[in-house]
Design a protein around this ligand. Structure first.
Ligand code: ATP
Length: 239
């Protein structure tokens, strides 16, 4: 039996009069890669921002059995749920190594931090080769790897990634997909992936939801998505 790690129930978010999320519900099991796909402006980022504690909302969000309502973002991070935003939020003038260490700044166990550094450099050899390079001089793909690496340095149980493949070359996208699967299989990480790149999400997610204009249109296991005619025609370009 798998356990629910993140549970979103009847989530509503308003920006002024605009109703951006309309009763969104989904639950993510421990150890799975969960994809949320949908077009530009559908509400994917809004959903992640609500989970991360950046927005007011109606409805309920619980993580590891704890209600997240009213919890400050920092407490949510400390409970093991880490968010890599679309902007990546790196320290541009810090080196790769310094950025990674910043991810571990609230951890005391130096040996465990060193183990995680080794794990990140193993996972992303491109970062290992560029330890002293300033983050702002890295390519988009390398910066994305660094953002994921820095998130891993806080020793999370669950990663939320917003558009990790946006603007990246296909070969780098593949590297990132492989890294996510390695993290799932070898580190037991749970991953929530919001993507406009439906193909990437379908390639790597165990279960998915499709969100359009603030509403979930379909949720289910990977095969249900790849077999669904509407998803294939509208989002994968297969007729
Ligand atoms: P993208 O893939 O382009 O990032 P998305 O699915 O993540 O899209 P959101 O960014 O969540 O979509 O946006 C959902 C809707 O809410 C859009 O109509 C957007 O214009 C609106 N919206 C997002 N942020 C704000 C804000 N701060 N103020 C007002 N409206 C907003």
């Amino acid at each position: 039996m798998s356990n629910t790690l993140l549970e979103i129930q009847d989530l509503n978010v308003y920006y002024g009069k605009s109703h951006a999320l309309k009763g969104v519900s989904l639950s993510i099991q421990e150890g799975e890669i969960y994809g949320v796909i949908g077009p530009n402006g559908a509400g994917k980022t809004t959903m992640l921002n609500a989970v991360a504690g950046f927005l007011d909302y109606e409805g309920s969000i619980s993580y590891a059995g704890r209600d997240l309502a009213g919890q400050p973002s920092q407490e949510i991070v400390e409970s093991g749920l880490i968010y890599c935003t679309e902007d990546r939020d790196l320290f541009p003038y810090f080196s790769v190594h310094e950025n990674l260490l910043m991810g571990a700044q609230f951890r005391d166990d130096k040996a465990a931090v060193q183990d995680d550094l080794d794990m990140v450099y193993d996972l992303f050899p491109r970062l290992d080769e560029r330890r002293e390079q300033e983050a702002e001089t890295m390519s988009g793909g390398e910066q994305q790897m660094l953002a994921v690496g820095r998130a891993l340095m806080s020793d999370p149980d669950m990663l939320m990634l917003d558009e990790p493949t946006l603007g990246l070359a296909p070969v780098i996208i593949e590297d990132i997909g492989e890294a996510l699967e390695t993290l799932q299989q070898e580190e037991g990480l749970t991953i929530l992936l919001a993507e406009q790149n439906s193909t990437f999400a379908l390639n790597h997610a165990d279960r998915l939801s499709l969100i359009e204009t603030g509403e979930i249109e379909l949720s289910g296991p990977h095969d249900e998505f790849t077999d669904n005619d509407y998803v294939r025609e509208a989002y994968v370009g297969v007729h």
